[in-house]
Design a protein around this ligand. Sequence first.
Ligand SMILES: Cc1ncc(COP(=O)(O)O)c(C=O)c1O
Length: 393
Amino acid sequence: MSTNSALVYMDNSATTRPFPEVIETMAGIYSEQFGNPSSLHRMGYESEKLVRKARKSVASLIGVGEDQVYFTSGGTEANNWAVFGSLRSAGPRYKHVITSVVEHPSVLAVMDYLQELGYRVSVVPVDSEGRVDPDEVLSLVEDDTCLVSMMFVQNEVGCVEPLAEIGAGLSRLGPRRPRFHVDAVQGFARLDIDVDKWGVDLLSVSSHKIHGPKGIGALYIRKGVPMHPLIFGGGQEQGLRSGTENVPAIVGFGQACDIWAQIARKARPRLYELRKRLIDGVRTVFPDAVLNGPELDNAAPHIVNFSFPGFRGETIVNALEQRNVFVSTGSACSSRKSKPSPVILALGKGEEEALSAIRFSMSPLTTRKDVDATVSAVEDALKELGPWRRKST
Ligand SMILES: Cc1ncc(COP(=O)(O)O)c(C=O)c1O
């Protein structure tokens, strides 16, 4: 066991290390360009210019116009706003929303609250890879359905949801169709987004998952879609999201988007290659490992989730940490709770598999060496933790 080897960070779906250029730029803004974009003097104007430039960068990576991007404090706020803002603007006639069982807690917890408030919530199940059936989603639409909220890439198992099919089906319903919200936090930058092809009205993104700073994200709101604010105050963000702009974070987010725009094309095939290397490697050292989520088709490039039957997820996390490899048991928000992952259970897996699931998540900064070190650490850790159950021996 090596305790002094380099850190191998394989938890990029929880958060990422900010790009060094981003940190440098943000430091400069904190110390020099700290004006409030709303101020009438030159320092305010300079800050406003920085925010405008960053908005352009974020909009460009999403593939939308900059006047349709509203900064928020992150993916959680964007998701909350998409749901509450839609219901408020749709009015009291609309009492129904549709979502999936594998959404992030920043959607599902809102749904729980909506039920307390008297709304009806249809929660669509998923198949063994974590994907919803678009026909099932569409079959649930009723006259008073306000919103369909679906994620792009599932954060624990990395499946890509069939958004184009859902969006096309919703569009066929005509002008009274429910609006379509997509939580794109895990797919943004790693995969292409096409809001027009998918018929998306609202889309959430977050900066800290793409090597930008924490505490900043954005909601795309299609032009012409009426939207109520979630946060009221001084009227920033075209009156829809009040609060003094977090200029350093906004600029850092914009810069991270610019960097992704340069690297995404090359990073994707490389990540798929690393993903395969990791899957093959883990299966070689522990043949009983069960892959959760898709093997290749409909898989995002950066997430690999394995169950290690016979072991507990937290125990593996700790054993890997001792070997300087950092992973998680599931979504970051629930990883400190020793409960079976509801997402793995939703895939139809048993409690044993749900309690032993480990998520490895990569980024363009991940190297082959990191993947190989991870596989070695898994082999070493499982050997130490339990009966060695290699099938070939
Ligand atoms: C799919 C998904 N949605 C939303 C969020 C929340 O984003 P943030 O951490 O920016 O609030 C996360 C973060 O883990 C996520 O994975």
